[in-house]
Design a protein around this ligand. Structure first.
Ligand SMILES: CC(C)=CCC/C(C)=C/CC/C(C)=C/COP(=O)(O)OP(=O)(O)O
Length: 518
């Protein structure tokens, strides 16, 4: 398989070079490579190609030939691929598709389904104040929705998938399998690309199974299902989060460590939410701040099981990040971030115990921490030498806007999905109840408010990405975007697929068990 992959790789590289002078072919090829999830094999070639296109664009305006300049699909694709890469392209490029009244020209656009769909995808990368893209999003969403019944089955399926979760907001590798079946049907498809994508998918699938196996062994041997029976038993499901963060082979260690910590966090969340009383949890939280298990000697055994899991995990992180046998600054950062989470869980428990409904704003301040993303991200970052610099960890510890945005997307989208179920038991008020109370809204109005908030935080992510890309590694910034993407997937349509894991089963089978027939 490895040999075959190498052979295909060579062919695709040659293909990429051969379309050097044709911007349309080049952009479409890059788009296919990304959608098929094989673009990571051609990072430098794609980087170079996009840099070249951007430089030409920045120097001379839109240099594609006059005719192509009015090709809505091409302009939208160019805009999306460049913005996704962190290049700022003005949304004014879409002005030419408006009529004299300043509206999107229905007569031209509605006939061009591909162009309309591409514009819809491009509009997902909008930042604050880009009214033209806001309008484009609404216009294309409504038009596409209204015409899907007139399209071929394959095109309608693709567009419906995209209307449910746009390409930019989907975890790339989780879309790859379905894209392969659509791609196969396209008359212009390339067999080399398709076979390469299938082989690569199957090869990586074996790799992921090994990773999941390692953590499953640890989870079983630790006997958490028996020792902490109140907690969700989700060692396979937790893998979906780090897998979404970055699924490339070179980040295997980071995935392993992040999966393990997420499993520990799941135990911890249930210990706070379901198991402990407020008094016990106060003591437990204090013990975590002191990093001293002897402080909870009087508490039931389950607390010690969870505490020990945490201590063992941190010892492992210590040996991974130590320098010359000494604990490094990395571990101090990690512990601090973890202690913040424990304190935030306690705040929630106290609110719940007192029957207090905080304001939506206060809830969100605490919610950044209870999303658990600061811990998951810091563990991933700490496991990658190139990322774990003091500068990056200091920046991260101050909760930069991109971290706040991705954490809050997860927090509030999770609450939309799970608040009804959670409110049936003793659970802290969710974003929905807090929002209803602060603004005097009905439940439906609160849903609408929160959905707008989710869009607001996506724009923050897009804006921050464009700013930060100058100083930070792209793969680091992609972790933040990918966590927002997996949150969108995990809690889509008011379902909590993590807790209600039957809903996740088919996806897990597709990602980990069923190979693609080559
Ligand atoms: C908070 C969140 C969605 C985190 C996602 C990342 C993640 C898998 C963290 C570890 C496990 C966890 C806390 C899941 C959410 O449970 P829950 O739905 O019971 O969370 P809650 O008790 O905070 O509502």
């Amino acid at each position: 398989m490895t040999q075959e992959v190498q052979m295909h790789k060579k062919k695709v590289k040659m293909y990429l070079l051969s379309v050097d002078n044709n911007i349309s072919q080049k952009l479409n090829l890059i788009d296919s490579l990304q959608r098929l999830s094989i673009s990571y094999h051609f990072k430098s070639e794609i980087d170079e190609a996009l840099a070249q296109i951007y430089n030409d664009f920045a120097k001379n305006g839109l240099t594609i030939e006059a005719e192509e300049c009015c090709d809505l699909h091409l302009v939208s694709l160019l805009f999306r691929l460049l913005r996704q890469k962190g290049y700022y392209i003005s949304s004014d490029v879409f002005n030419k598709f408006k009529n004299k009244k300043g509206k999107f020209d229905e007569i031209i656009i509605v006939q061009d389904v591909q162009g309309m769909w591409s514009l819809y995808e491009a509009a997902q990368l909008r930042v604050h104040g880009e009214d033209i893209l806001e309008e484009a999003h609404e216009f294309t969403y409504n038009k596409l929705k209204s015409i899907t019944n007139q399209l071929s089955q394959s095109l309608a399926d693709q567009i419906n998938q995209s209307l449910g979760q746009p390409l930019y907001k989907a975890v790339p590798r989780m879309r790859a399998k379905s894209y392969m079946s659509f791609y196969k049907e396209a008359p212009s498809h390339d067999n080399v690309l398709l076979s390469f994508a299938k082989l690569d998918f199957n090869m990586l699938q074996k790799w992921y199974r090994k990773e999941v196996g390692i953590n499953t062994k640890w989870w079983r041997e630790s006997d958490f299902a028996r020792k902490a029976p109140y907690a969700r038993d989700r060692v396979v499901e937790v893998f979906t989060w780090p897998y979404a963060m970055n699924s490339e082979p070179e980040y295997s260690t980071a995935r392993l460590m992040t999966t393990k910590v997420t499993a520990c966090l799941s135990l911890l969340d249930d210990t706070y939410d379901i198991y402990g009383t407020v008094e016990e949890l106060e003591l437990f939280t204090e013990a975590i701040q002191r990093w001293d298990i002897s402080y909870i000697a009087s508490l039931p055994e389950c607390f010690k099981v969870v505490f020990n899991a945490i201590l063992e995990f941190w010892a492992e992180m210590d040996s991974l990040t130590a320098e010359n046998g000494e604990s490094s600054y990395v571990l101090q950062h990690l512990k601090q971030i973890f202690c913040n989470l424990a304190r935030a869980y306690l705040v929630e428990e106290k609110w719940c115990h007192e029957g207090h409904i905080p304001t939506y704003d206060d809830y969100k301040v605490n919610g950044v921490q209870t999303s658990a993303f600061p811990v998951m991200l810091s563990v991933f970052i700490a496991s990658v030498k190139e990322f774990a610099t003091k500068e990056i960890l200091d920046w991260f510890s101050n909760i930069p806007p991109i971290l706040e945005a991705t954490s809050l997307i997860c927090r509030i989208i999770n609450d939309l999905a799970s608040h009804k179920f959670e409110q049936q038991r003793d659970h802290v008020a969710s974003a929905v109840e807090c929002c209803m109370k602060q603004y005097g809204l009905s439940q439906e109005e609160a849903y609408e408010f929160i959905n707008k908030d989710i869009n607001y935080y996506w724009k923050n992510i897009n804006e921050e990405y464009l700013k930060l890309i100058k100083d930070m590694p792209e793969a680091l910034l992609d972790l933040f975007v990918n966590l927002a993407r997996i949150s969108e997937f995990m809690y889509a349509n008011f379902e909590d697929r993590y807790t209600n894991c039957q809903l996740l089963k088919d996806h897990i089978m597709a990602l980990l068990l069923d190979p693609i027939v080559v």
